[in-house]
Ligand binder design. Structure first.
Ligand SMILES: Nc1ncnc2c1ncn2[C@@H]1O[C@H](COP(=O)(O)OP(=O)(O)OP(=O)(O)O)[C@@H](O)[C@H]1O
Ligand SMILES: [Mg+2]
Length: 271
């Protein structure tokens, strides 16, 4: 059997009396698109925070390409090839769109502080490459025409796409997206969906997304993991998850007829 790209075993995190993530195991293969869904407060973002080193798990292990990243710092984990975006957008609002991407790539540069200060040839070379690569990434997310605008002036949907460009600038093997379509209208969500598919296609990497938009989740995911009260309720293909009675109950309240509910109302039912 091949080693999965990401393998999470028995992950647990407690905040006081609350077990936010409770014994969750999860794995992601190469070139996969996997979704994590569940009601508000189910533990989805905490799960990402544990994988990316923002919180240290109380129990459990996280392996990236077969090597443990459990307990490493976020920058060390990023250096291993794991990138993410945040549910609450984190951009440098006062910097241009292009500068935002170039700065994100900066972690990979070799010339460092003295190179920048002394304006060495290597520094200039790396800077030129970073700007060229930044422009390529902006073209990829459809923002090259806005390269010189201030990031803070972009509409919400474009800020989310800029965050994805920033994450891709770190050259990840795995990208975690926390609610990439939040705040988007249906047209923007369609653009986001195609973008997620082309990340796999063009970069050959895997994507894990936390999402509330069920139409998006059902159409892009190879596999879906459902969290509820920190626990894994079920996982499997979109077909399996859509029909799972516990999923319908967790989202829509018990007593709702399974078959009809998940397909007709799931998109809005999660908010
Ligand atoms: N740093 C923290 N300290 C205490 N409690 C926390 C902390 N972070 C998260 N929680 C709690 O853990 C639970 C899970 O939160 P989390 O943000 O992971 O949920 P979520 O599934 O991402 O929800 P949403 O869909 O609303 O984003 C919630 O009850 C939340 O209040
Ligand atoms: Mg969240």
């Amino acid at each position: 059997m091949t080693t999965p790209l990401l393998k999470v075993t028995g992950l647990r995190k407690r905040f006081g009396g609350l077990v936010a993530v409770d014994n969750v195991s999860f794995s992601v293969g190469e070139r996969a698109i996997v979704s994590v869904i569940g009601p508000n407060g189910a533990g989805k973002t905490t799960f990402f925070n544990l994988i990316t080193g923002i919180y240290e798990p109380d129990e459990g292990e996280v392996l990236l390409s077969g090597r443990s990243i459990t307990g490493l710092r976020p920058d060390q984990i990023a250096g291993r090839g794991l990138a993410r975006t945040f549910q609450n957008i984190r951009l440098f609002a006062g910097m241009t769109v292009l500068e935002n991407v170039v700065v994100a790539r900066h972690a990979r540069l070799k010339s460092g502080y003295w190179g920048a200060l002394l304006q060495t040839a290597r520094y200039h070379d790396e800077m030129r490459q970073s700007i060229a690569r930044g422009m390529e990434l902006l073209r990829f997310v459809g923002l090259s025409a806005k390269a010189n605008e201030l990031a803070g002036n972009l509409p919400y949907g474009e800020q989310r796409r800029l965050e994805i460009a920033r994450a891709l600038a770190t050259e990840p093997v795995l990208l975690l997206l926390d609610e990439p379509s939040a705040g988007m209208n249906p047209q923007e969500t369609e653009v986001a969906k195609r973008l997620i598919q082309s990340i796999r296609q063009d970069f050959g990497i895997s994507v894990v997304l936390i999402e509330h938009d069920m139409r998006l989740v059902m159409s892009v995911s190879d596999s879906i993991t459902v969290l509820d009260y920190g626990r894994k309720l079920t996982e499997g293909s979109p077909q399996h998850v859509r029909q799972h009675p516990d999923v319908v109950a967790a989202y829509l309240g018990k007593g709702v007829a399974a078959g009809t509910a998940a397909t007709t109302t799931a998109g809005s039912a999660l908010r």
